[in-house]
Ligand binder design. Structure first.
Ligand SMILES: Cc1cc2nc3c(=O)[nH]c(=O)nc-3n(C[C@H](O)[C@H](O)[C@H](O)COP(=O)(O)O)c2cc1C
Length: 397
Protein backbone atom coordinates (compact mmCIF):
# COMPACT_ATOMS: atom_id res chain seq x y z
CA UNK A 1 0.00 0.00 0.00
CA UNK A 2 1.20 3.46 -0.91
CA UNK A 3 1.28 6.14 1.79
CA UNK A 4 -0.71 9.34 1.24
CA UNK A 5 2.46 11.34 0.57
CA UNK A 6 3.61 8.76 -2.01
CA UNK A 7 0.24 8.94 -3.79
CA UNK A 8 0.38 12.74 -3.85
CA UNK A 9 3.96 12.66 -5.20
CA UNK A 10 2.97 10.25 -8.00
CA UNK A 11 -0.08 12.38 -8.94
CA UNK A 12 1.94 15.62 -9.00
CA UNK A 13 4.59 14.02 -11.22
CA UNK A 14 1.92 12.68 -13.62
CA UNK A 15 0.29 16.11 -13.94
CA UNK A 16 3.65 17.81 -14.37
CA UNK A 17 4.57 15.37 -17.13
CA UNK A 18 1.27 15.89 -18.95
CA UNK A 19 1.95 19.65 -19.04
CA UNK A 20 5.56 19.30 -20.20
CA UNK A 21 4.55 16.73 -22.83
CA UNK A 22 1.92 19.16 -24.17
CA UNK A 23 4.46 22.00 -24.37
CA UNK A 24 7.03 19.79 -26.10
CA UNK A 25 4.72 18.09 -28.60
CA UNK A 26 2.59 21.12 -29.49
CA UNK A 27 5.21 23.86 -29.51
CA UNK A 28 8.89 22.86 -29.22
CA UNK A 29 8.79 19.74 -31.39
CA UNK A 30 6.86 21.58 -34.11
CA UNK A 31 9.58 24.25 -34.21
CA UNK A 32 12.51 21.82 -33.92
CA UNK A 33 11.20 19.55 -36.67
CA UNK A 34 11.19 22.50 -39.11
CA UNK A 35 14.94 22.97 -38.60
CA UNK A 36 17.89 20.88 -39.81
CA UNK A 37 18.31 18.07 -37.20
CA UNK A 38 22.04 18.61 -36.71
CA UNK A 39 21.45 22.30 -36.02
CA UNK A 40 18.83 21.39 -33.41
CA UNK A 41 21.23 18.87 -31.88
CA UNK A 42 23.96 21.52 -31.57
CA UNK A 43 21.47 24.01 -30.09
CA UNK A 44 20.23 21.54 -27.47
CA UNK A 45 23.83 20.72 -26.44
CA UNK A 46 24.56 24.44 -26.04
CA UNK A 47 21.43 25.07 -23.93
CA UNK A 48 22.02 21.91 -21.91
CA UNK A 49 25.61 22.94 -21.16
CA UNK A 50 24.32 26.29 -19.91
CA UNK A 51 21.63 24.68 -17.75
CA UNK A 52 24.20 22.36 -16.19
CA UNK A 53 26.62 25.16 -15.39
CA UNK A 54 24.83 26.62 -12.38
CA UNK A 55 23.23 25.19 -9.24
CA UNK A 56 20.01 27.22 -9.66
CA UNK A 57 19.38 26.16 -13.26
CA UNK A 58 20.21 22.57 -12.36
CA UNK A 59 17.70 22.68 -9.53
CA UNK A 60 15.10 24.08 -11.93
CA UNK A 61 15.73 21.29 -14.47
CA UNK A 62 15.47 18.71 -11.71
CA UNK A 63 12.19 20.27 -10.48
CA UNK A 64 10.72 20.05 -14.00
CA UNK A 65 11.96 16.57 -14.96
CA UNK A 66 13.17 14.40 -12.08
CA UNK A 67 11.37 11.35 -10.67
CA UNK A 68 12.54 9.02 -7.93
CA UNK A 69 11.33 5.64 -6.74
CA UNK A 70 13.19 3.05 -4.66
CA UNK A 71 11.79 0.21 -6.82
CA UNK A 72 13.88 1.44 -9.75
CA UNK A 73 17.23 1.41 -7.93
CA UNK A 74 19.83 -1.24 -8.76
CA UNK A 75 23.46 -1.95 -7.94
CA UNK A 76 25.12 -3.44 -10.98
CA UNK A 77 28.82 -4.21 -11.39
CA UNK A 78 29.42 -2.27 -8.18
CA UNK A 79 27.68 0.87 -9.46
CA UNK A 80 24.51 2.39 -8.06
CA UNK A 81 21.85 3.19 -10.68
CA UNK A 82 18.95 5.29 -9.30
CA UNK A 83 16.81 4.13 -12.23
CA UNK A 84 17.35 1.90 -15.28
CA UNK A 85 16.98 4.57 -18.00
CA UNK A 86 20.22 5.96 -19.40
CA UNK A 87 21.26 8.20 -22.25
CA UNK A 88 22.81 6.20 -25.11
CA UNK A 89 26.12 7.14 -26.74
CA UNK A 90 25.96 9.63 -29.58
CA UNK A 91 23.87 12.43 -28.08
CA UNK A 92 26.51 13.94 -25.78
CA UNK A 93 29.47 13.21 -28.02
CA UNK A 94 31.95 15.52 -26.28
CA UNK A 95 30.82 15.03 -22.65
CA UNK A 96 29.39 18.55 -22.36
CA UNK A 97 26.21 17.59 -20.52
CA UNK A 98 27.52 15.53 -17.63
CA UNK A 99 26.41 18.16 -15.12
CA UNK A 100 22.90 18.42 -16.56
CA UNK A 101 21.94 14.84 -17.48
CA UNK A 102 21.44 13.58 -13.89
CA UNK A 103 18.99 16.46 -13.29
CA UNK A 104 16.81 15.54 -16.25
CA UNK A 105 16.10 12.18 -14.66
CA UNK A 106 18.54 9.76 -16.29
CA UNK A 107 19.85 6.90 -14.17
CA UNK A 108 23.15 6.78 -16.07
CA UNK A 109 24.74 8.57 -18.99
CA UNK A 110 27.03 7.37 -21.72
CA UNK A 111 29.12 9.99 -23.50
CA UNK A 112 30.93 9.63 -26.83
CA UNK A 113 31.76 7.74 -28.84
CA UNK A 114 35.19 9.27 -28.30
CA UNK A 115 38.20 8.50 -30.47
CA UNK A 116 41.99 8.76 -30.13
CA UNK A 117 42.23 11.81 -32.37
CA UNK A 118 39.76 14.65 -32.96
CA UNK A 119 37.45 13.71 -35.80
CA UNK A 120 35.36 16.05 -37.98
CA UNK A 121 33.05 13.21 -39.01
CA UNK A 122 31.45 12.69 -42.40
CA UNK A 123 30.46 15.57 -44.68
CA UNK A 124 27.04 17.17 -44.01
CA UNK A 125 24.16 16.45 -44.25
CA UNK A 126 24.61 13.51 -41.90
CA UNK A 127 21.48 13.38 -39.78
CA UNK A 128 17.91 12.95 -41.07
CA UNK A 129 14.50 12.34 -39.51
CA UNK A 130 12.11 9.62 -40.65
CA UNK A 131 8.98 10.77 -38.79
CA UNK A 132 6.60 8.12 -40.16
CA UNK A 133 9.02 5.40 -39.03
CA UNK A 134 9.86 7.23 -35.77
CA UNK A 135 13.51 6.86 -36.63
CA UNK A 136 16.64 8.86 -37.42
CA UNK A 137 19.24 8.19 -40.08
CA UNK A 138 22.64 8.81 -38.53
CA UNK A 139 25.78 9.37 -40.58
CA UNK A 140 27.86 11.47 -38.19
CA UNK A 141 30.91 9.24 -38.67
CA UNK A 142 32.17 9.50 -35.09
CA UNK A 143 32.41 13.29 -35.00
CA UNK A 144 34.05 14.26 -31.69
CA UNK A 145 36.77 16.45 -30.19
CA UNK A 146 39.13 13.53 -29.44
CA UNK A 147 40.08 11.94 -26.12
CA UNK A 148 42.62 14.53 -24.94
CA UNK A 149 40.32 17.57 -25.21
CA UNK A 150 37.47 15.62 -23.61
CA UNK A 151 39.69 14.40 -20.77
CA UNK A 152 40.44 18.05 -19.97
CA UNK A 153 36.72 18.86 -19.86
CA UNK A 154 35.95 15.87 -17.63
CA UNK A 155 38.91 16.80 -15.41
CA UNK A 156 37.37 20.24 -14.81
CA UNK A 157 34.08 18.56 -13.85
CA UNK A 158 35.86 16.48 -11.23
CA UNK A 159 37.11 19.68 -9.63
CA UNK A 160 33.63 21.18 -9.24
CA UNK A 161 32.11 21.62 -5.76
CA UNK A 162 29.94 18.76 -4.49
CA UNK A 163 26.43 19.81 -5.59
CA UNK A 164 27.76 20.05 -9.17
CA UNK A 165 29.39 16.61 -9.13
CA UNK A 166 27.61 13.89 -11.00
CA UNK A 167 25.55 11.44 -8.98
CA UNK A 168 24.77 8.85 -11.64
CA UNK A 169 27.21 6.46 -13.33
CA UNK A 170 29.15 7.91 -16.23
CA UNK A 171 29.87 5.54 -19.09
CA UNK A 172 32.42 6.49 -21.70
CA UNK A 173 32.01 5.00 -25.15
CA UNK A 174 35.31 4.57 -26.95
CA UNK A 175 35.93 3.98 -30.66
CA UNK A 176 38.81 4.17 -33.10
CA UNK A 177 39.36 7.39 -35.02
CA UNK A 178 37.40 7.37 -38.25
CA UNK A 179 40.20 7.63 -40.82
CA UNK A 180 42.06 5.46 -43.31
CA UNK A 181 45.07 4.99 -40.99
CA UNK A 182 43.08 3.09 -38.35
CA UNK A 183 41.79 0.55 -40.90
CA UNK A 184 45.04 -1.27 -40.21
CA UNK A 185 44.27 -3.61 -37.29
CA UNK A 186 47.33 -2.71 -35.21
CA UNK A 187 46.78 1.04 -35.72
CA UNK A 188 43.09 0.63 -34.86
CA UNK A 189 43.94 -1.19 -31.61
CA UNK A 190 46.50 1.49 -30.72
CA UNK A 191 43.84 4.15 -31.20
CA UNK A 192 41.32 2.34 -28.96
CA UNK A 193 44.13 1.88 -26.39
CA UNK A 194 44.91 5.61 -26.40
CA UNK A 195 41.28 6.57 -25.70
CA UNK A 196 41.01 3.87 -23.07
CA UNK A 197 44.07 5.00 -21.08
CA UNK A 198 43.24 8.70 -21.44
CA UNK A 199 39.62 8.45 -20.33
CA UNK A 200 39.56 5.51 -17.93
CA UNK A 201 40.30 7.72 -14.89
CA UNK A 202 36.98 9.54 -15.44
CA UNK A 203 34.78 6.57 -16.29
CA UNK A 204 32.48 4.53 -14.05
CA UNK A 205 32.32 2.10 -16.95
CA UNK A 206 33.76 1.91 -20.44
CA UNK A 207 31.91 0.80 -23.54
CA UNK A 208 33.96 -0.44 -26.45
CA UNK A 209 32.01 0.53 -29.53
CA UNK A 210 32.71 -2.15 -32.12
CA UNK A 211 29.58 -1.39 -34.09
CA UNK A 212 29.72 2.11 -35.60
CA UNK A 213 28.09 1.59 -38.99
CA UNK A 214 29.60 4.78 -40.44
CA UNK A 215 33.35 4.39 -40.15
CA UNK A 216 36.30 3.58 -42.40
CA UNK A 217 37.18 -0.09 -42.50
CA UNK A 218 33.65 -1.25 -41.56
CA UNK A 219 33.02 -3.42 -38.51
CA UNK A 220 36.39 -5.18 -38.39
CA UNK A 221 36.31 -5.71 -34.59
CA UNK A 222 33.18 -7.83 -34.71
CA UNK A 223 35.47 -10.44 -36.23
CA UNK A 224 36.36 -12.66 -33.22
CA UNK A 225 40.07 -12.76 -34.07
CA UNK A 226 40.37 -8.97 -34.29
CA UNK A 227 38.19 -8.57 -31.19
CA UNK A 228 40.45 -10.93 -29.29
CA UNK A 229 43.52 -8.84 -30.16
CA UNK A 230 41.70 -5.67 -29.10
CA UNK A 231 40.53 -7.10 -25.78
CA UNK A 232 43.98 -8.56 -25.10
CA UNK A 233 45.44 -5.07 -25.47
CA UNK A 234 42.76 -3.51 -23.26
CA UNK A 235 43.33 -6.18 -20.61
CA UNK A 236 47.03 -5.32 -20.57
CA UNK A 237 46.05 -1.72 -19.73
CA UNK A 238 43.54 -2.51 -16.99
CA UNK A 239 45.96 -2.51 -14.03
CA UNK A 240 45.72 1.09 -12.83
CA UNK A 241 41.95 1.08 -12.20
CA UNK A 242 41.20 -2.60 -12.73
CA UNK A 243 37.58 -2.62 -11.73
CA UNK A 244 36.15 -0.34 -14.37
CA UNK A 245 33.44 -2.52 -15.91
CA UNK A 246 33.73 -2.97 -19.66
CA UNK A 247 30.80 -3.32 -22.04
CA UNK A 248 30.79 -4.20 -25.73
CA UNK A 249 28.33 -2.38 -27.93
CA UNK A 250 26.95 -4.73 -30.55
CA UNK A 251 25.62 -3.93 -34.01
CA UNK A 252 21.93 -4.55 -34.71
CA UNK A 253 22.64 -6.50 -37.89
CA UNK A 254 24.85 -9.22 -36.39
CA UNK A 255 23.66 -12.80 -36.93
CA UNK A 256 23.12 -15.11 -33.93
CA UNK A 257 26.26 -17.03 -34.91
CA UNK A 258 28.31 -13.84 -34.93
CA UNK A 259 26.92 -12.93 -31.50
CA UNK A 260 27.79 -16.41 -30.19
CA UNK A 261 31.39 -16.00 -31.39
CA UNK A 262 31.60 -12.61 -29.65
CA UNK A 263 30.25 -14.14 -26.42
CA UNK A 264 33.09 -16.69 -26.46
CA UNK A 265 35.76 -13.98 -26.70
CA UNK A 266 33.95 -11.79 -24.12
CA UNK A 267 34.09 -14.67 -21.63
CA UNK A 268 37.84 -15.06 -21.95
CA UNK A 269 38.45 -11.35 -21.33
CA UNK A 270 35.93 -10.93 -18.47
CA UNK A 271 33.71 -8.44 -20.23
CA UNK A 272 30.96 -7.15 -17.90
CA UNK A 273 28.21 -7.05 -20.46
CA UNK A 274 26.75 -6.00 -23.78
CA UNK A 275 24.79 -3.08 -25.13
CA UNK A 276 22.17 -4.29 -27.60
CA UNK A 277 22.15 -2.54 -29.97
CA UNK A 278 23.66 0.15 -32.14
CA UNK A 279 22.02 1.38 -35.38
CA UNK A 280 20.86 -0.87 -38.24
CA UNK A 281 22.00 -0.47 -41.83
CA UNK A 282 19.42 -2.78 -43.35
CA UNK A 283 17.09 -0.88 -45.70
CA UNK A 284 14.41 -3.51 -46.44
CA UNK A 285 13.15 -3.49 -42.86
CA UNK A 286 9.29 -3.47 -42.86
CA UNK A 287 9.34 -0.88 -40.04
CA UNK A 288 10.65 1.71 -42.53
CA UNK A 289 7.58 3.63 -43.72
CA UNK A 290 9.29 6.34 -45.82
CA UNK A 291 9.99 5.72 -49.52
CA UNK A 292 13.09 7.92 -49.72
CA UNK A 293 15.68 6.88 -47.19
CA UNK A 294 19.25 8.21 -47.52
CA UNK A 295 21.53 5.48 -48.84
CA UNK A 296 24.19 6.16 -46.21
CA UNK A 297 24.00 5.92 -42.42
CA UNK A 298 22.43 3.73 -39.77
CA UNK A 299 18.81 3.82 -38.58
CA UNK A 300 17.65 4.25 -35.01
CA UNK A 301 14.33 4.27 -33.14
CA UNK A 302 11.40 2.03 -34.00
CA UNK A 303 13.29 0.61 -37.00
CA UNK A 304 15.88 -0.99 -34.74
CA UNK A 305 13.54 -1.95 -31.87
CA UNK A 306 12.73 -5.53 -32.85
CA UNK A 307 16.32 -6.29 -33.87
CA UNK A 308 17.50 -5.11 -30.45
CA UNK A 309 14.78 -7.08 -28.64
CA UNK A 310 15.69 -10.25 -30.52
CA UNK A 311 19.35 -9.86 -29.66
CA UNK A 312 18.62 -9.26 -25.97
CA UNK A 313 16.48 -12.42 -25.88
CA UNK A 314 19.16 -14.42 -27.70
CA UNK A 315 21.92 -13.25 -25.36
CA UNK A 316 19.89 -13.86 -22.22
CA UNK A 317 18.80 -17.31 -23.35
CA UNK A 318 22.45 -18.18 -24.01
CA UNK A 319 24.06 -16.61 -20.96
CA UNK A 320 21.43 -15.78 -18.31
CA UNK A 321 22.88 -13.35 -15.78
CA UNK A 322 26.49 -14.13 -16.66
CA UNK A 323 26.65 -10.80 -18.50
CA UNK A 324 24.86 -7.53 -17.80
CA UNK A 325 22.66 -6.64 -20.76
CA UNK A 326 21.87 -3.02 -21.55
CA UNK A 327 18.91 -2.82 -23.93
CA UNK A 328 18.91 -0.01 -26.46
CA UNK A 329 16.86 0.72 -29.54
CA UNK A 330 13.38 2.11 -30.08
CA UNK A 331 12.42 2.77 -26.47
CA UNK A 332 9.61 5.35 -26.53
CA UNK A 333 7.38 4.17 -23.66
CA UNK A 334 7.49 2.33 -20.33
CA UNK A 335 6.08 -0.73 -22.13
CA UNK A 336 9.01 -0.69 -24.59
CA UNK A 337 11.51 -0.50 -21.72
CA UNK A 338 9.70 -3.16 -19.69
CA UNK A 339 9.73 -5.57 -22.63
CA UNK A 340 13.50 -5.23 -22.91
CA UNK A 341 13.84 -5.81 -19.15
CA UNK A 342 11.64 -8.91 -19.26
CA UNK A 343 13.67 -10.21 -22.20
CA UNK A 344 16.88 -9.91 -20.16
CA UNK A 345 18.09 -6.30 -19.98
CA UNK A 346 18.99 -4.90 -16.56
CA UNK A 347 19.46 -1.37 -17.88
CA UNK A 348 18.03 0.59 -20.80
CA UNK A 349 19.45 3.33 -23.01
CA UNK A 350 17.72 5.68 -25.41
CA UNK A 351 18.07 8.70 -27.68
CA UNK A 352 15.43 8.69 -30.44
CA UNK A 353 12.43 8.28 -28.11
CA UNK A 354 13.53 11.42 -26.25
CA UNK A 355 13.72 13.39 -29.49
CA UNK A 356 10.25 12.29 -30.67
CA UNK A 357 8.47 12.36 -27.29
CA UNK A 358 10.33 15.08 -25.34
CA UNK A 359 12.71 14.97 -22.37
CA UNK A 360 9.89 14.33 -19.86
CA UNK A 361 9.67 10.87 -21.42
CA UNK A 362 12.49 9.72 -19.10
CA UNK A 363 10.36 10.44 -16.05
CA UNK A 364 7.23 9.06 -17.79
CA UNK A 365 9.03 5.79 -18.56
CA UNK A 366 10.37 5.48 -15.02
CA UNK A 367 6.99 6.17 -13.47
CA UNK A 368 5.33 3.80 -15.94
CA UNK A 369 7.88 1.10 -15.11
CA UNK A 370 6.99 1.29 -11.42
CA UNK A 371 3.31 0.78 -12.30
CA UNK A 372 4.12 -2.18 -14.58
CA UNK A 373 6.35 -3.79 -11.93
CA UNK A 374 3.64 -3.35 -9.30
CA UNK A 375 0.97 -4.75 -11.63
CA UNK A 376 3.04 -7.91 -12.09
CA UNK A 377 3.84 -8.17 -8.37
CA UNK A 378 7.57 -7.41 -8.59
CA UNK A 379 9.32 -5.50 -5.81
CA UNK A 380 12.08 -4.14 -8.03
CA UNK A 381 13.54 -4.15 -11.54
CA UNK A 382 15.90 -7.09 -10.95
CA UNK A 383 12.96 -9.42 -10.20
CA UNK A 384 11.60 -8.79 -13.70
CA UNK A 385 14.90 -9.16 -15.58
CA UNK A 386 14.71 -12.01 -18.09
CA UNK A 387 11.35 -13.45 -16.99
CA UNK A 388 10.32 -13.90 -20.63
CA UNK A 389 13.58 -15.67 -21.51
CA UNK A 390 14.20 -17.59 -18.22
CA UNK A 391 12.58 -20.85 -19.25
CA UNK A 392 14.49 -21.05 -22.49
CA UNK A 393 17.74 -20.29 -20.65
CA UNK A 394 17.11 -22.94 -17.98
CA UNK A 395 16.12 -25.53 -20.59
CA UNK A 396 19.47 -25.02 -22.37
CA UNK A 397 21.53 -25.72 -19.23
C1 LIG B 1 22.32 11.10 -33.37
C2 LIG B 1 22.86 9.77 -32.98
C3 LIG B 1 24.23 9.58 -32.86
C4 LIG B 1 24.75 8.34 -32.46
N1 LIG B 1 26.09 8.18 -32.28
C5 LIG B 1 26.55 7.05 -31.69
C6 LIG B 1 27.91 6.94 -31.28
O1 LIG B 1 28.71 7.86 -31.45
N2 LIG B 1 28.31 5.79 -30.68
C7 LIG B 1 27.44 4.74 -30.44
O2 LIG B 1 27.85 3.73 -29.87
N3 LIG B 1 26.14 4.83 -30.82
C8 LIG B 1 25.69 5.95 -31.42
N4 LIG B 1 24.36 6.05 -31.76
C9 LIG B 1 23.48 4.89 -31.56
C10 LIG B 1 22.71 5.01 -30.23
O3 LIG B 1 23.59 5.00 -29.14
C11 LIG B 1 21.70 3.86 -30.09
O4 LIG B 1 22.40 2.65 -30.06
C12 LIG B 1 20.68 3.83 -31.23
O5 LIG B 1 20.31 5.12 -31.61
C13 LIG B 1 19.42 3.06 -30.82
O6 LIG B 1 18.78 3.70 -29.74
P1 LIG B 1 17.51 4.69 -29.94
O7 LIG B 1 16.54 4.00 -30.84
O8 LIG B 1 16.97 4.91 -28.56
O9 LIG B 1 18.04 5.95 -30.54
C14 LIG B 1 23.85 7.26 -32.21
C15 LIG B 1 22.47 7.45 -32.37
C16 LIG B 1 21.97 8.68 -32.73
C17 LIG B 1 20.48 8.84 -32.88
Amino acid sequence: MKSASESIYETVISLRNIIIRGVYKNILKKIFFQIDPEQVHAYVIKRGTFLGSDTTTKYLVSFIFDYKNKKLEQTIAGLHFPNPIGLAAGFDKNAELTQMLPEIGFGHMEVGSITGEPCAGNPQPRLWRLPKSQSLVVYYGLKNEGCEAIAKRLGKGEALPKPCKRCIPLGISIAKTNCKATCDETAGIQDYAKVYTTLKPFADYITINISCPNSFGGLQFTNPKCLEQLLKKIRSLRDAKPNVPIFLKLGADLTSTEVDDIIKVARIYHITGFICTNLTKIRDNPSIKEKDVPAVGGLSGKVVQELADNMIAHLYKKTGKEFVIIGCGGVFTAEDAYKKIKLGASLIQMITGMIYEGPQVISEINQGLVKLLEKDGYQNVQEAVGVLSHNAHNAKR
